[in-house]
Design a protein around this ligand. Structure first.
Ligand SMILES: Cc1cc2nc3c(=O)[nH]c(=O)nc-3n(C[C@H](O)[C@H](O)[C@H](O)COP(=O)(O)OP(=O)(O)OC[C@H]3O[C@@H](n4cnc5c(N)ncnc54)[C@H](O)[C@@H]3O)c2cc1C
Length: 463
């Protein structure tokens, strides 16, 4: 039994269905509480626009999402980002400054752009050069992303680059997010190489050919909901239960083999028994369902905080808008704006807007602005337009707007996350037949969620 029909639960259900078709003696079901599949993935298409309300793409270097798309017959629909125009701007003292070329996430790998960028003061540039000579150090168990990046490149790199990047990905705050959890690769490099810049350059040399040819992001021609539809189409309709919110998960009577079955209680009072249950839900929701079966586990799950996201997409006539070439912009906290980021969607991917039109998507909310989720549509759209006018000088009337709220959707891997995960895993091990998946544990991206759904299904099959 899989509970939760977002991408994690769909990936788990699909893995189970494949196993049954290959002869595994199982009867799998997928329960989703809302009236639609896909969770935060939502695509709307009209008049030649492809508008994402949730995620718009996956990182190409994480292979699970593209591999699943290929398996589902969507290979010809995969669409790479238009990296020739891959320039991201940072709002810095009211002006848009490009991120320096050669910046890999937050690690500078090219000298001249680093020297020239106005985003970092001279002292940070010197820290970045000195960083090249750091020796391996690995004595810390955990630390905030701000402290980690600050140790390597100084505070301006944190404020002007790392914090807005993390706010864009996690809707989170670099002072609270855990470096080993949200920057695991850099955390490893520090232990092995000492210098992040040396480590990144070394890895680049090893993968030069692939890195040169692969786009940074991949999406689907018709939007990410194509993946959701393809998964649902591969599942048997009689095993898909939509609009079935699970309220409680309990252990039932002991079976002859000595192991109790799980009892899944649904909102309408129905109780379904299962040997194995995959909870593909936000951690706070898994905590609620497990409060009776294992209060300690429920408490640890409830400790994983979440932030909310709001996106507003605007369509414009191209002739009305003058934009610098690039994929979008990020807004650091100290600029005191409500916008966290803006994606120039028409430039990031081909065929997102019809000829002669532009599509911009604004991100708001996150831990920086938790109240905005409760504001009215009019207020949010008004704020977004006002800030687009202030930042981009964009005063034209949009052709349309689309506002999407994703409440409590982004898990925050705060300091202590890995320790919390260990405690959760130890507890889950004591509950045979229970598996957890979703964005609360080991990666928030689409590929991470698919991997976690597949792994949870594999655990359920081993019962
Ligand atoms: C605005 C936004 C932009 C993002 N951008 C990107 C991006 O560009 N690239 C990327 O890789 N990732 C991105 N992410 C992250 C990624 O999209 C999510 O982490 C991922 O889709 C989460 O999938 P999930 O299945 O774990 O959870 P969800 O999508 O939250 O699905 C959980 C499902 O469980 C259901 N449910 C909840 N409670 C119950 C219950 N009691 N009973 C039954 N069903 C229940 C919900 O209705 C929901 O359908 C973005 C996220 C957001 C919100």
């Amino acid at each position: 039994m899989v509970v939760g029909g977002g991408i994690s639960g769909l990936a788990a259900a699909y893995t189970l269905a494949r196993a049954r078709q290959a002869g595994a003696p199982i009867e799998e079901y997928l329960l989703e509480g809302s009236p639609r599949w896909g969770g935060v993935i939502r695509t709307e298409k009209f008049d030649g626009f492809v508008i994402e309300g949730g995620p718009d793409s996956f990182l190409t270097e994480k292979p699970e999402a593209a591999a699943l798309c290929r398996e589902l017959g969507l290979a010809s629909h995969l669409l790479g980002s238009n990296d020739r125009e891959r320039r991201t701007y940072i709002l810095h003292r009211g002006r848009l400054e490009p991120l320096p070329d050669g910046l890999y996430m937050l690690v500078p790998t090219r000298l001249w752009p680093l020297v020239r960028t106005p985003l970092l003061p001279a002292r940070s540039k010197l820290s970045a050069l000195a960083e090249l000579f750091r020796r391996p150090s690995g004595d810390r168990a955990d630390e905030s992303a701000a402290s980690f990046v600050g140790r390597h490149f100084g505070p301006a790199m944190v404020q002007n680059i790392a914090d807005p990047l993390l706010a864009g990905v996690y809707g989170g705050d670099s002072e609270n997010l855990s470096a080993p959890a949200v920057l695991p690769r850099f955390w490893r490099i520090e232990k092995e190489t000492g210098s992040l810049t040396r480590g990144v350059l070394r890895a680049r040399r090893a993968h030069r050919r692939e890195a040169a040819s692969a786009p940074l992001f991949t999406t689907l021609d018709g939007g990410l909901e194509e993946l959701v539809r393809a998964l649902v189409e591969r599942l048997e309709p009689s095993r898909l239960l939509l609009g079935q919110k699970v309220e409680v998960l309990e252990t039932g009577a002991r079976q002859p083999k000595g192991r109790p079955r799980w009892v899944v209680r649904v909102s309408e009072g129905a109780a379904i028994e299962a040997d194995a249950v995959v909870l593909a839900l936000p951690a706070y929701e898994s905590a609620r369902l497990l409060a009776r079966a294992d209060p300690v586990l429920a408490q640890r799950l409830g400790e994983i905080p979440y932030s909310s996201a709001v996106t507003v997409a605007f369509g414009f006539e191209s002739k009305d808008v003058k934009l610098a070439p690039g994929h979008g912009l990020l807004v650091p906290r100290q600029e005191r704006r409500r916008l966290l980021a803006v994606t120039f969607v028409h430039a990031k991917f081909p065929r997102r807007a019809p000829p002669g039109k532009l599509l911009l998507r604004c991100f708001l909310g996150g831990t920086r602005d938790p109240e905005i989720i409760g504001a009215s549509d009019e207020e949010i759209v008004g704020w977004a337009r006002k800030e687009l006018a202030a930042i981009l000088g964009l005063r034209a009337t949009p052709l349309f707007h689309r506002l999407t709220r994703s409440p409590q959707a982004m898990a925050q891997y705060t300091v202590g996350h890995l320790e919390r995960l260990r405690a959760i895993e130890a507890r889950v091990k004591q509950l045979p037949g229970l598996s957890l998946s979703g964005n609360a544990y080991s990666g928030i991206g689409i590929s991470d969620c698919i991997r976690s759904g597949q792994a949870a299904a594999a655990r359920a099959l081993s019962v």
